[in-house]
Design a protein. Structure first.
Length: 246
């Protein structure tokens, strides 16, 4: 069974899980010529201490374990670099996996809650889109797992300021930004069990073994757009009802 543990990032780095740079790297030129979506996942096993067992993380080509390693590097930056890190995350939001938008939300929740909520819902909608394009349905678990990295303060803002949620979802719907990222969904798909067993068995996955064919992506976009619209309508109705009862 895979243990996805949010408390073992330092031990991941000590075990050799290091990613370089803030922008996700792509496949090599040789891979692109054959199959740009070909992936060769590997496994990092991290002991968690006495009676805690071990955590298994899939790494390779910006897989789930790699984004955790990058997150650890970001969170290890001195406080005086917070603004710089936040600006970098926002500027590169279309090239990086949407996972990092949750860190952006965490960094800005206190100073700019409206922006934090915007970053959170953009990250969540893009994560939904990435996970929905994975052939392995177990990858859908990454949606809530990744979202949790935004932290409790963001959750509290969302709960106490529904108008910010409404504005954020409206922005995502109106801009179509849920579907404008060019980052590979591999980071999300590698969270699933198929990628894990491929790593265990040292197997290389071709694109059509883990990623839905592109001709089906528009239908996924329609489902997610409908989901966003339904959530927006429910939020608007709830706020209207609360206002009417005052």
């Amino acid at each position: 069974m895979i243990a996805q543990n949010r408390f073992s990032l330092n031990r991941l780095l000590m075990a050799g899980l290091l990613a370089t740079g803030l922008v996700a790297g792509g496949a090599s030129a040789q891979d692109v010529a054959v199959d740009s979506n070909q992936r060769s996942p590997e496994l990092v096993v991290v002991p968690l201490g006495e009676d805690e067992g071990e955590a298994h993380f899939v790494v390779g080509q910006m897989a789930w374990g790699d984004v955790l390693g990058l997150l650890n590097q970001l969170q290890d930056q001195p406080p005086e670099r917070t603004i710089e890190v936040a600006q970098t995350l926002w500027t590169s939001r279309d090239e990086n996996p949407p996972f990092f938008l949750f860190e952006l939300a965490r960094l800005t929740a206190e100073s700019d809650p409206a922006f934090a909520v915007q970053a959170y819902f953009l990250g969540r909608s893009r994560t939904m889109y990435d996970a929905a394009r994975c052939l392995d349905s177990t990858a859908l678990d990454v949606i809530n797992e990744a979202s949790a990295y935004a932290g409790e303060e963001v959750v509290q803002v969302i709960a106490s300021r529904p108008e910010l949620t409404i504005a954020a979802i409206e922005q995502v719907i109106d801009s179509g930004s849920a579907f404008s990222s060019v980052a590979s969904p591999w980071w999300a798909c590698s969270f699933g069990t198929n990628a894990y067993f491929a790593a265990v068995n040292e197997q290389t996955l071709s694109g059509d073994e883990w990623l839905m064919v592109q001709s089906r992506w528009p239908s996924v976009q329609q489902r997610i757009s409908a989901n966003l619209q339904n959530n927006l309508t429910m939020m608007q109705d709830a706020v209207a009802a609360a206002t009417a009862s005052e």
